[in-house]
Write a protein that binds this ligand. Structure first.
Ligand SMILES: [Zn+2]
Length: 177
C-alpha cells in the first residue's frame, strides 16, 4: 500500500500499517528494557533468529523484573501476571531475556558500580532470571543475550545461563565467547 492514510466511513482519518497483521500467535516472548533505541535491533534479531514476530514485555531494566529483590515487588507482581497470561493463553515455546549496555535503570539503581561492574551485574541478573523462569515455567526454553554497541550497530552475545546465578558476579563481559 503506497498511502498509509485512510478515511473511515465517519470521515475520521486513520493510519493503516504497511506491515500485515497476522493472526498466528507468537511462540517467543522477549523480555527487554523499555529503552526504545534497542527495539529496532531487537525486533530484527528475533525475526532473523526465529522468523516470526515475538511477544514483547518491555520494562526498565528488562529481565531484572523477574526477581522482586532486584526490581520491586510491585513490578515483579505485574510481570508475573503477564507471564502467566502469555504462558497459558498464547502458544509460547520460549522466552528470550535481553540486557543492554549502558542501561539507565542499572546506572540509577547501582550508582556505586562502574560500567564493567554493571555489565557483570546484568549477566548475573540474566542467569537469575533464567533460573526463575525455568523453575516457574519449565516448559519454556530460555535464552539470554547481552546487547552491546559495536561501530554503530547492536551486537547480541548469548549468555550461558546454565552456570549458577550466584557465580555470575565474578564473570566479566570480556569472558563472553
Ligand atoms: Zn535499559
Amino acid at each position: 500500500m503506497a498511502d498509509t492514510e485512510a478515511v473511515t466511513p465517519q470521515g475520521q482519518s486513520a493510519y493503516v500499517s504497511r506491515s500485515r497483521w497476522l493472526p498466528a500467535r507468537p511462540e517467543t516472548l522477549v523480555v527487554c528494557c523499555s529503552d526504545g533505541r534497542w527495539h529496532g535491533p531487537i525486533h530484527e534479531f528475533v525475526e532473523h533468529a526465529v522468523s516470526e514476530r515475538a511477544d514483547l514485555f518491555a520494562v526498565p531494566g528488562g529481565p531484572a523484573v523477574f526477581d522482586p529483590w532486584n526490581s520491586s515487588f510491585d513490578d515483579a507482581r505485574v510481570f508475573d501476571a503477564a507471564m502467566r497470561l502469555f504462558a497459558e493463553h498464547h502458544d509460547l515455546q520460549s522466552v528470550w531475556l535481553i540486557q543492554h549496555e549502558g542501561c539507565s535503570y542499572y546506572r540509577l539503581k547501582h550508582p556505586e558500580l562502574d560500567a564493567e561492574a554493571i555489565a557483570e551485574r546484568q549477566i548475573a541478573d540474566l542467569r537469575r532470571a533464567a533460573e526463575l523462569s525455568r523453575n516457574r515455567y519449565p516448559k519454556l526454553a530460555v535464552r539470554a543475550f547481552m546487547a552491546t554497541v559495536t561501530e554503530g550497530h547492536a551486537r547480541f552475545t548469548e549468555v550461558d545461563t546454565t552456570i549458577p546465578a550466584k557465580s555470575g558476579f565474578s564473570i566479566s563481559l570480556s569472558a563472553l565467547p
